[in-house]
Write a protein that binds this ligand. Structure first.
Ligand SMILES: Nc1ncnc2c1ncn2[C@@H]1O[C@H](COP(=O)(O)OP(=O)(O)OP(=O)(O)O)[C@@H](O)[C@H]1O
Ligand SMILES: [Mg+2]
Length: 268
């Protein structure tokens, strides 16, 4: 089965990676796709955003990346949605990351797992930590597509250009074939009352064009995102009528079209 593996990457913390991951996951699940959310973050943010209890280390992605993994993935359904499952993270992912540095094919550990022991889902989302270390390199090597949230602050803007360069150089160095497609930038946490946000939003089209990266419409800032995650839910479930719940639609439309395209190509 053809799959999309989407890595949500950024080289800055707190820019909305996990938020993007859970909201895309929820919408894709609602559209009938089987979705797996993989938590590559040692801080296990997905546990909070999905309302999960912390898992024992052997039931997490740490086990998947460990040397002795035999294909026994542990995934848990979330939000009473049978189509969305989470492979939980664990603080020991940080230790595994160090071990991967010296392990043979360390950069390809996750890609190798997904190849040797495929997950049955149509769509896999990798929620990544903020630092561009071994875990993010693994995410890139396993990904078919990359999505980059961009906070409309000075550092994040220049950082996102650096991130695109990192993706291209790393994909070259790892000789990824095919290379993951950069799906686009997603301006996150946009507050129209903040002058800097308005200014950076105006500059982004040119930056994206120079980097030849698609620019998605902004995701607006709203405290309801924080309230929803306090209840371990995406906004679409917590406040379905909230206008910001629709902000992810253009991304989800693209992803659904990509999956349908893959299906039709296979049928032909
Ligand atoms: N559009 C938004 N409006 C308001 N708050 C938001 C929005 N998106 C995310 N947040 C909040 O900002 C904080 C950081 O978001 P999130 O955890 O998604 O970022 P991250 O990039 O995954 O962070 P980390 O680098 O720690 O993994 C969270 O408290 C989240 O609820
Ligand atoms: Mg996160």
């Amino acid at each position: 089965m053809k799959q999309i593996v989407l890595a949500i990457l950024s080289n800055a913390g707190g820019v909305g990676k996990t938020t993007l991951a859970v909201h895309i996951a929820y919408s894709m699940g609602k559209r009938g796709f089987k979705v797996a959310l993989l938590d590559l973050d040692p801080q296990r943010s997905l546990d909070v955003f999905c309302g999960l209890q912390p898992a024992e280390v052997d039931s997490t992605l740490t086990k998947v990346l460990s040397k002795d993994f035999q294909g026994d993935w542990t995934s848990v359904p979330v939000w009473e949605e049978s189509k969305i499952e989470v492979v939980q993270g664990h603080p020991q992912l940080a230790e595994i990351a160090n071990e991967l540095v010296i392990r043979k094919r360390g950069e390809y550990a996750l890609a190798d797992r997904l190849k040797s022991y495929p997950l049955p889902h149509h769509f896999i989302i990798l929620d990544c930590p903020a630092t561009l270390g071994m875990l993010n390199t693994n995410a890139l090597a396993a990904a078919t597509h990359v999505l980059v949230p961009v906070q409309l602050e000075m550092k994040a803007i220049s950082g996102s250009a650096e991130l695109i360069e990192w993706c291209i150089t790393t994909a070259d160095e790892l000789q990824l074939d095919p290379k993951p497609t950069i799906l686009g930038f997603v301006p996150s946490m946009y507050d129209e009352k903040v002058a800097m946000h308005r200014q950076y939003l105006e500059q982004l089209p040119e930056i994206a064009e120079n980097l030849q990266v698609k620019l998605y419409p902004k995701v607006r800032s709203s405290n309801e995102f924080k309230n929803a995650s306090a209840y371990g839910q995406p906004l679409q479930k917590y406040r379905p009528k909230h206008p910001a719940a629709k902000d992810f639609k253009p991304i989800v439309d693209d992803l659904a079209a990509l999956l349908k395209d893959k299906k039709t190509k296979k049928e032909k």
